[in-house]
Design a protein around this ligand. Structure first.
Ligand SMILES: Cc1cc2nc3c(=O)[nH]c(=O)nc-3n(C[C@H](O)[C@H](O)[C@H](O)COP(=O)(O)OP(=O)(O)OC[C@H]3O[C@@H](n4cnc5c(N)ncnc54)[C@H](O)[C@@H]3O)c2cc1C
Length: 379
C-alpha cells in the first residue's frame, strides 16, 4: 500500500486550493464524496478585493463573474447606501472548483471522486478508511470537509452553525452592479439579493437552523423592502454556515492533522463568507507542508484566530444591542461622512468597524439603544 505525504479530505474550495498550492512532488491523495467537484453549489460567491484577486491569480480572471459598485442595506426604518469602485465581486463557485480541479489533476495527484472518508485514525501513521472499504495511510491529514465537520467534531468540538438558503431567481427592477441586503427583523437574520445578470439574481437568507422562512415570505420581504420584483425562482440550495469562535488547541497538530476552510471555522463573522479565510490560510498550510515545518501554519492560525475572535465578540455585542442591522448602520455612518469603503473593506469587515469607532461613540442612538437594552435585561 502506498504511503502518502498528505491526505486531503474534501474537494471544495479549501481542499482544492490547498492541493493547488502544494508542490508537485508532494505525494497527495484527495477524497471527494461527490462524483464531480462544484456540486452542489450552495454559495453566492460574494467576496471583496483580496479574495477576488487571490482566486484570479491562482486560476484566471474568468472566475470573477460580477463586480459591484453599490451595496444597499434595507433596515427596518431606513436605507443605507454604500458606494465605491469595485466594492464587491462575485466568484463563479462551480467554475472556480472545476478550474482548480483541472489544475490539481494535471499535477498527477491521486484524486478519489465518489469516495467518502468514513473514519480516520490518528497514529504515527494516520489511517483513512473510505466507504468503498479501502484504507490509506498518510503523514498529514488535511480536514477540508466543510461545515458539517463530521470527522473533525472529535478534534475541534462542535461549532455553532447557521443556515444559508438561496434561490436562483428571475428579477426585475434591479441594477446589475447593486447588491441588496435586507434586515427584516432585528436579530440574527438577513436576506441578500445579488445580481448575476440584468434579469437574474441569487436571493437568499441567513438565519438560525430551524427558523426557515418560506419562499413567498422571502419574496414579499424583498419586494416590500427593496422594491425588487421576483418573477420566478427555479433552483433552491443551501447549507450550513459555521459562525463561531475559533477554538484552537495544540491537539490539532499533535498527530499532524490540519483543518482548513469551514472546518476551522474561518468564516467571516458578519457576512458568513468563507472564501476569504481559505485564501488567507491555504498558502500558509501549503508552505508548512511543502517545507515540512508546521510552525508557519500555527503562527498564521494564531494571528487569524485573534482577529476572528475579536470580531465574534463584536458581533455578539452588536446582535445583543439589537441585531446585525446595526453593523450596517455603522457602515452607513462611516460612508456618509465621506470615508471611502472599497472591496478591501468588504473582505476585512473589521476595518470598517475600526473606522466607525470614533463616530460610534459620539452617536446618541448608540446610547439610546444601549440604555434600552440594559433596561430590558433589568426588567
Ligand atoms: C447559502 C450560502 C451562501 C454562501 N455565500 C458565500 C459568499 O457569498 N461568499 C463566501 O465567501 N462564502 C459564502 N458561503 C460560504 C462558503 O460556501 C464556504 O465557506 C465554502 O464553501 C467553504 O469551503 P470548504 O472547502 O471549507 O467546504 P465545502 O465547500 O463544504 O467543501 C467541502 C467538500 O468536502 C466534501 N466532503 C465532506 N466530508 C467528506 C468526507 N468525509 N469524505 C469525502 N468528501 C467529503 C463535501 O462533499 C464538499 O464537497 C456561503 C455558504 C452558504 C451555505
Amino acid at each position: 500500500m502506498k504511503f502518502y505525504t498528505v491526505a486531503i479530505i474534501g474537494g471544495g474550495p479549501a481542499g482544492l486550493t490547498l492541493a493547488y498550492l502544494l508542490r508537485k512532488d508532494v505525494d497527495v491523495v484527495l477524497f471527494e464524496e461527490h462524483s464531480k467537484v462544484g456540486i452542489p453549489n450552495h454559495c453566492t460567491g460574494l467576496v471583496g478585493y483580496y479574495a477576488a484577486s487571490f482566486y484570479k491569480s491562482i486560476v484566471d480572471k474568468e472566475v470573477i463573474a460580477n463586480v459591484y459598485d453599490t451595496i444597499i442595506f434595507h433596515l427596518e426604518k431606513e436605507e443605507i447606501v454604500i458606494t465605491g469602485k469595485n466594492i464587491a465581486y462575485r466568484i463563479n463557485r462551480p467554475l472556480l472548483e472545476i478550474k482548480l480541479y483541472n489544475k490539481v489533476e494535471s499535477k498527477g495527484y491521486r484524486i478519489k471522486l465518489s469516495t467518502r472518508v468514513t473514519k480516520v485514525l490518528y497514529n504515527h501513521r494516520n489511517k483513512i478508511y473510505t466507504n468503498k472499504g479501502e484504507f490509506y495511510e498518510s503523514k498529514y491529514i488535511v480536514l477540508a470537509e466543510g461545515a458539517k465537520g463530521l470527522l473533525s467534531k472529535n478534534i475541534i468540538g462542535e461549532t455553532r452553525k447557521y443556515l444559508g438558503i438561496q434561490y436562483s431567481a428571475r428579477t426585475n427592477n434591479i441594477y446589475e452592479k447593486e447588491v441588496h441586503v435586507v434586515y427584516p427583523r432585528g436579530r440574527d437574520f438577513f436576506i441578500w439579493i445579488v445580481p448575476v445578470s440584468e434579469t437574474s439574481s441569487y436571493i437568499g437568507y441567513f438565519t438560525k437552523p430551524g427558523s426557515y422562512i418560506d419562499r413567498e415570505l422571502l419574496i414579499s420581504y424583498i419586494e416590500k423592502k427593496a422594491g425588487i420584483k421576483i418573477t420566478s425562482t427555479d433552483r433552491v440550495f443551501g447549507g450550513l454556515i459555521p459562525i463561531d469562535r475559533i477554538k484552537w488547541t495544540k491537539k490539532h497538530f499533535i498527530r499532524k492533522i490540519f483543518p482548513i476552510g469551514d472546518t476551522i471555522p474561518s468564516v467571516k463573522p458578519f457576512s458568513g463568507g468563507g472564501l476569504l479565510g481559505i485564501s488567507l490560510l491555504a498558502p500558509y498550510l501549503a508552505y508548512s507542508i511543502n517545507m515540512g515545518d508546521i510552525s508557519y501554519y500555527t503562527k498564521a492560525i494564531k494571528g487569524y484566530r485573534l482577529k476572528h475572535n475579536l470580531l465574534m465578540l463584536l458581533r455578539s455585542i452588536i446582535t445583543g444591542l439589537g441585531g446585525l442591522g446595526y453593523a450596517s448602520k455603522t457602515v452607513g455612518l462611516v460612508n456618509k461622512i465621506g470615508v471611502s469603503i472599497s472591496g478591501k473593506e468588504y473582505d476585512f469587515h473589521e476595518r470598517i468597524l475600526y473606522k466607525a469607532l470614533p463616530i460610534l461613540i459620539t452617536q446618541p442612538w448608540i446610547f439610546a439603544y444601549t440604555l434600552s437594552w440594559i433596561r430590558t435585561r433589568v426588567d
